[in-house]
Design a binder for this molecule. Structure first.
Ligand code: DX5
Ligand code: ZN
Length: 218
């Protein structure tokens, strides 16, 4: 069984409450925060996260696609009203990744590190103690609805191997272009935390797609 996070970026922001209700069976709501600097797009920030936290009990997985995310941790954490389960930052965006992960863990929540497609997983070797989840980006971050990068499948396997060789067990997540076709590929490669936006919100029956992604067997 996979853990499924529905990426809100693909929802219709004009009616967030109805959209969130459609994915009530997701394990997490994936909340993409973008700053127009780290990625060439701007999405939303703490005020919108605060509104989302009010309308759903689903735990939030916050994906910070921002430069120096340590600056925003206080405001993001406060906006989640106790509903933020995990904050994931990009390794490439942090001058001090270790300090940033420590600052997330100090808040008593899970910490994740996302890796852009060009970033090798080997850089995480020295921060595994502070990590709960490695997020292998399967598209270049910044936009929903992009095509899955097939060349990330070996990277998921490499991540799995690295973590096993270090004797640590961490969740491997994937984000970008995940649907019922690419899902089996990433699950077979070792991913167990699947984030999907378009495939879920673009479906006639989002709850069914969530169930199908969750029960992929390889
Ligand atoms: C991309 C975001 C993703 C995005 C995924 O930068 O981090 O979470 O919403 O969207 P799909 O599933 O449509 O590729
Ligand atoms: Zn994301």
């Amino acid at each position: 069984m996979q853990t499924i996070a529905a990426s809100l970026l693909a929802a219709d922001f004009a009616c967030l409450e109805q959209e969130v209700a459609k994915v009530a069976n997701a394990d997490y709501l994936h909340v993409d925060v973008m700053d127009g600097q780290f990625v060439p797009n701007i999405s939303f920030g703490p005020p919108v996260i605060a509104s989302i936290a009010k309308i759903t009990p689903i735990p939030l997985h916050v994906h910070l696609m921002v430069e120096e995310p340590i600056r925003l941790l206080d405001s993001i954490f406060a906006s989640g009203e106790g509903q933020i389960d995990c904050i994931t930052v990009h390794a490439e965006a942090c001058k001090h990744l270790h300090r940033t992960l420590q600052a997330i863990k100090d808040r008593g929540i899970k910490a994740g590190v996302a890796l852009n497609p060009a970033t090798s997983v080997t850089g995480l070797e020295h921060v595994t103690e502070l990590l709960d989840r490695v997020l292998v980006m399967t598209v270049n971050p910044g936009f929903g609805g992009q095509q899955f990068l097939l060349e990330m499948v070996p990277k998921i396997k490499a991540t799995h191997q690295l973590l096993s060789s270090l004797g640590v067990s961490k969740e491997i997540g994937v984000d970008g272009g995940i649907d019922l076709e690419t899902g089996p590929l990433v699950v077979e490669a070792g991913a167990s935390f699947l984030i999907a936006g378009s495939a879920i919100f673009g479906a006639d029956e989002p709850d069914r797609v969530i169930e199908q992604l969750r029960s992929i067997v390889v």
